[in-house]
Design a protein. Sequence first.
Length: 446
Amino acid sequence: MKTIIRNGIVINEGEKSRKDIVIENDIISGVFPLGTAPRGDYDKEVDATGCVVFPGIIDSHVHFREPGMTKKADIESESRAAAYGGVTTYFDMPNTVPQTTTLDTLREKQLLAREKSHVNYAFFYGATNSNVETFKELDRHTVPGIKLFMGSSTGNMLVDDNDSLSKTFVMAKTLQLPIMAHCEDTKIINENMKKAKELYGEDPDVCHHPEIRSAEACFRSSEKAAHLAKETGAHLHIAHITTADELTLLTEENITAEATVAHLLFSSDDYRQKGTRIKCNPSVKGSEHREALRKAVADGRIATIGTDHAPHCLSEKEGGAAKAVSGMPMLQFSLVAMLTLSDEGVLTQERIAELMCHNPARIFSVSKRGFIREGYKADLAIVRHTKAWEVTEDVIQSKCRWSPLEGNHFTWHVVHTFCNGNHILNEGVFDAESRGEQVLFRCEKV
């Protein structure tokens, strides 16, 4: 199968220019200045005039809920939502049922994804207080890294024993596996919740969520993680960073950070309108923190943008800061949301490619993805500036069928998604038979 994508504005490795892209089967066989692509017969031609072409988005932080919580979401539904959003690769988190904290549960997830995932997939291996020795048995070529919960988590995935934490960082360094850490101080959170309940009742209004899961709780935990990274030399990637103070910890090459779409879009002012739909952990905080994050994604201090895509049934979002569950679905609209911030002058389109494509590939040593390069996998997201359209329930692909962005209007639209050369989304027509591939890591330098 030979495909040519003509006349698109290609965003890649800091450059923005019109080019033609030739795909042979699953590989980019050439990227050519406009009009210089080899002549010949093509099985498919795509006219990308007026479109912007990105490498396929790599979302390194999602919760697809399978196995064990498929009422909320599953691999099929959420990978379909990914394709609709130009996301061609995702890394799923280990807090499913059962948790991905053994080699057997990891293999079971990989088999599920091989059968069901429409786009490319990989799964983090979860750390516990007692499983560090199993890290040695991991296939370093099929896992992005170790997921470490240094804050409240489900089941036994909270790693709060100092000896276990130290061993986790040392082993990760030995194996050259990055640690993606959820950093919140559980003791501080519990104390804050107790005070909030004394003041506001057993289920404080969600507007108090950032007081409970506070900036201090985030900073103290991230500070501890950064100290361990400096001490051991392990690569620490701080997940969903939310505070201005945490940015001061990003002083070493082996300490990087992710911001999420939600924390870049929303502030605590939005609880009044959106309520628990934007309740997540760590919490959405004040506008001063959001502005600091926006500056940091623009100037390079923050390395990646993910979604922490975490679908729940709407019934589970009822209540307040204590009772409503935390998490929201964001995957399908992450690219168009970031392009909207680009239109507003927050960051450039070139930075979006760095944050959502190139840097995830670099940090996790993804093999042959994340760039528009000859010889790389043909993963592409093609977007067009259009008349405004509204996020409504009927356009949402996630199984939970809601989004905190419902009612928002966007003027960017994902018109084509290519995954391993498969034209999985074509002007709204979805190829339900298409399947992604297991992502490989550390096979060559990116």
